[in-house]
Each structure stands twice: as C-alpha cells, then as structure tokens.
Design a protein around this ligand. Structure first.
Ligand SMILES: Nc1ncnc2c1ncn2[C@@H]1O[C@H](COP(=O)(O)OP(=O)(O)OP(=O)(O)O)[C@@H](O)[C@H]1O
Ligand SMILES: [Mg+2]
Length: 510
C-alpha cells in the first residue's frame, strides 16, 4: 500500500560514551513510507551513516525504538533487519575482486546458508533482478575489471536478492559519473513505484530535487526537519544543513605561468594485479603551476597509472621522471621524500591505517624525520601540536587525536584527514584520485581552494576523477583515459563536456 509507514525510528538516541561527549543521534524521529524516496541530508559527521546503520541492524541504539510496519523490533544483526525487509548498500564496497559478479553474490548468500545457493540458481535470479530493475551487469565478469558504477550495481543486487521492502543507500552517487547517477535515479524511482521505500543519502541538493519525495536534514546529530521536496527550496535546505551561509565561493584566481616540467611520463606500461596490461603506453607531462585532469570512467588504467607514479606498483616498461630525475620503479617512500603526495582511490583501505589514531596517521610519512623524532623516539608534543593545527585547518571532526582509532571517523572526515596529511607540506607533485569523494559542500569548496593555492605556489597536480564537473572546474588541461591509453588531451578553453564525453566513449579522439 503506497504511503504505509514501512519503518520508523522514534526518539532514537545513539551515544558512544567515553568517545564523544555529545549524542551522535539526539532523539531522532524518522520514517520511510512505501512508494517514496526519502533523502537524508547533512554535513560530514552529521549522523547519516549511523542512523542508516541502526535502521539496518549494523548498530544497536542507545535508546528509542524502531518499528517495522508498526511493530516494535530489536535488531541484533544486519540479518535480523534483512528478515524484516530492510537492506542497506554501504558506501565502501565489500566485493572480492578475484571472483565474478555471480560468485560474489553467491558468497554473500552462503554466509547465511552455505548449502542452499547453487551457482546456477544464483546466476538466473541475479539476471532476473538485473532485468527487472534495469541494473545492467555482466554476471561472469571478474569484479576487478568493473568500473565503480558496475561494482555498485553488484552491491545493490546483493541486497535486492533478499527482496527488501526498504532499501537504504549510503552516498551511492559519490562514485558515479553523471550518466551513471541518472541511471541510478531511474532505478530508485522504479523501486519506489513498486512500493518499496528508498532511503537515499547524499551531499548534493540537486540530486535530492531530482529524485526524492521527502528529505530529512540532520545537523550534528539533531534533526532539523523533514520536508516534502516539492515544498522546500534549495536555499532553505542549504541553510538547514550548514546554518548561516558563509559566502565561500571558489576563486580560480589569476592564471598561472607554467614553469618547468615537474612530471614527465614516457611510454609507460603498467600491469594490473592479474597480470593484464592496464596502462598501455601512456605519455604526458605536467608543469609547475599546472593541473592536468584525467577524465574517464574508472577501471581504464587510472589506478595503475597513479600507483606507478607514486611507487606503489611497478612499471613494466617506460620512464617516469620527476624534475628530470628518473624515479621509475623507485620505492614509494623514496618518491614521497622527493615531494610526491597521493590521495588514493580507496580511502579506508589505502589512505589510512584504520586501527591507528589520528596523530599517528598524520605523520605516517614523516615520523622518522628530525621534526617528529630523535633517535627513534617520537616527539609527542610536536606531533600533538602538528595534528591539532591540521584538525583545525581542515575541520576534521574527531573526539581527540591520540586515543581513538580513525576507524570510527565518518567517511568525509577520513577524507579530510587524508587531504590534511597530503596537502600541508605543499607537495611538488600531487596525484589526487577523486579528492572530494564524500565531502560535504563546504569541504568541497575548501578542497578546491587548497588545490588552487597549491597550483599558485607552483605545484603540479594530476587530478583523476570521474566527476567531470570537478575536472572542468580545476584543470588547465584535460586528458581522457580509455582502455589504458590517453585518447586525447584538450586545453581547458577548448574542452567541452560533449567533446570529453565523446572521447570517453571512444568516438572522435582529437
Ligand atoms: N563506532 C563508532 N564509535 C564512535 N564514534 C562513531 C562510531 N561510528 C560513527 N561515529 C561518529 O558518529 C558521528 C556521525 O558519523 P556518521 O558516519 O553517521 O556521519 P555522516 O553523517 O555519515 O558523515 P559523512 O558525510 O562524513 O559520511 C561521527 O562523528 C563519527 O565519528
Ligand atoms: Mg557517512
């Protein structure tokens, strides 16, 4: 029945005593109805993921009550929630790269019941679901060969397999291209039409306007209100989300004279984990004061390229030079010492050491340097000061800097930590993968300003992103990567989204 309340949170409180003084969720009322897409909006650390985790059985609540179709429930595990018709798609993917799409789905099912899911059956049902919702996948492809958009479709299918009544998606669009996001919106609408309730977490107000029926705004654990999207304006949502608007506008600043070549890549070949050639003879250079944007759907060799430059992966052929110095296949630590910084694609796995605290994560590159240690003994006072300054400057929401593992930080705050660590020193070369992934509006603007400052100071930046808007906003030149090659490069002035789009699709390279 359309309009029926499928799941409801009443007076939900969540606290993490001993970690945070304030309530993470402060008496939250929230409900999801059949036939609606209900958006959840709020800054980094507002409590969106925690609320979603409570509704889907990943976290227990401190007080309050959850109701499913009017009946009180007490979830002890995500499977309890699934049995009650609630499923969640998390922001960080949990797929096994060396297995196929269908094998991944079967693996998830067998965790719950090892005997009852023959592969053939799983394959048929996956195809049927994929057809029904328009979630295009190739069932027998290895997950490691999939783009982020495809991986996400697999994650969604994993949850849909249980036929949930309520589907919760945590920032599903932050890794998608514009076209993929549009495709996803259609799918969400289809689910709503079928009578499901959809919870959609995002930072982008335009997306809420495009796809949601209602929106709930959270700010630091408090609910600011629930509105019909047709009855609320963009500006009002923005104000509710971040309070009084400070007019932070992005300034491109004066154009910068390019200086010497900082990074020179010649005929570079790099293999992926499975021995396939992922980068197939790439050449380019980046100058001082230049941002080179690499556009393209992920999975076309971008990751391998970034890892070869930063020393995390061996090049099989070709040369990489930094300020004229050959750094091909030098160890990552040595390359970092020469002033190369890296914002990696997978922040939780590659960007931080989750079981370590913030202060340790901040100096992970420099802890052996004189500034931070003498004769193997770390200077904790200096590190404390250093970390505090960065927490302030990059506005990282953390209970403290020594006593908690960074694992507990919200997605956007982990990203801020990585940015702080990689940007503070003013690198010579920054290799940045999707740098604003999961950041809220204010933090995105601050990050863009940081990039502009670095460029002004003469750093070279390799910006890799599926977010064309960001690529256009920041880049001096835009190169498109497709199937391991750079298929064209355009100056910012001559580049248009159409031209780049064509190149990304493999038509009409310049
Ligand atoms: N296991 C935990 N222990 C302690 N604190 C936690 C834990 N999980 C989350 N938190 C804290 O709860 C707060 C809300 O986090 P949450 O992940 O819900 O934010 P969010 O709104 O999803 O933000 P983002 O946009 O950055 O993803 C954060 O301050 C976070 O550090
Ligand atoms: Mg979150």
């Amino acid at each position: 029945m359309s309009g029926e309340v499928l799941v409801e949170a009443r007076g939900v409180v969540k606290s993490f005593p001993g970690v945070w003084e304030h309530l993470i969720l402060d008496h939250i009322n929230f409900d999801v109805r059949a036939g609606e897409v209900h958006a959840l909006l709020g800054e980094n650390g507002a409590g969106k993921t925690v609320l979603a985790n409570i509704l889907s059985g990943f976290y227990t609540l401190t007080s309050g009550q959850i109701y499913v179709r009017g009946k009180p429930v007490h979830f002890k595990s995500p499977f309890d929630a699934i049995k009650n018709g609630i499923g969640m798609v998390h922001q960080e993917f949990t797929l096994v790269p060396s297995l196929t799409v269908v094998e991944n789905i079967a693996l998830m099912l067998r965790k719950h019941n090892p005997l009852s899911y023959p592969l053939k059956e799983v394959r048929e049902r996956t195809l049927e679901l994929s057809e029904r919702y328009g979630l295009k996948i190739e069932p027998d492809r290895l997950v490691e060969h999939l783009s982020l958009g495809e991986k996400q479709r697999v994650e969604i299918l994993k949850v849909l397999y249980w036929e949930p009544d309520v589907l919760i998606l945590d920032e599903p669009t932050s890794v998608l291209t514009i076209d993929e996001a549009r495709e996803l919106f259609k799918i969400l609408r289809r689910m709503a039409e079928e009578g499901k309730g959809v919870v959609f977490i995002t930072h982008r107000i335009e997306e809420i306007m495009a796809v949601a029926d209602r929106v709930t705004v959270l700010r630091l654990g408090r609910k600011m209100g629930t509105f019909k999207v047709s009855e609320v304006g963009k500006d009002e949502l923005l104000r509710l989300m971040i309070g009084e608007m400070e007019p932070v506008r992005y300034e491109r600043g004066r154009s910068v004279e390019w200086g010497r070549v900082v990074l020179e890549v010649r005929d570079l070949h790099v293999l992926s984990d499975d021995g396939r050639e992922a980068v197939k003879g790439v050449s380019f250079e980046i100058h001082e004061g230049e941002i080179l944007g690499i556009a393209g759907v992920s999975g076309n060799g971008q990751r391998e390229l970034a890892e070869a430059i930063t020393g995390l992966r061996k090049a099989s052929r070709g040369r990489i030079r930094l300020m004229g110095l050959d750094i091909t296949n030098k160890p990552a630590g040595e390359i970092a010492k020469l002033g190369v910084r890296h914002i990696p694609e997978e922040r939780r796995r590659m960007g931080v050491v989750e079981p370590m605290c913030l202060a340790e994560n901040m100096i992970i590159r420099e802890y052996k340097e004189k500034t931070f240690s003498t004769a193997g003994v770390i200077k904790s006072k200096v590190i404390t000061e250093h970390s505090k300054r960065l927490v302030e400057r990059f506005k990282i929401l953390t209970p403290d800097i020594w006593d908690t593992e960074v694992r507990i930080l919200s997605g956007g705050n982990i990203q801020r930590l990585i940015l702080a660590r990689e940007l503070w020193k003013g690198p010579k070369l920054l290799v940045a993968f999707h740098p604003t992934y999961g950041l809220d509006l204010k933090a995105v603007t601050h990050t863009h300003q940081h990039f502009m400052e670095l460029r002004q100071k003469g750093a070279a930046i390799l910006l890799i992103s599926e977010d064309l808007e960001e690529i256009f906003l920041l880049s001096d030149r835009i190169a498109v990567m497709l199937d391991g090659r750079i298929v064209g490069t355009l100056g910012a002035r001559e580049a248009t989204p159409e031209k780049i789009g064509h190149m990304m699709a493999g038509v009409g390279a310049s």
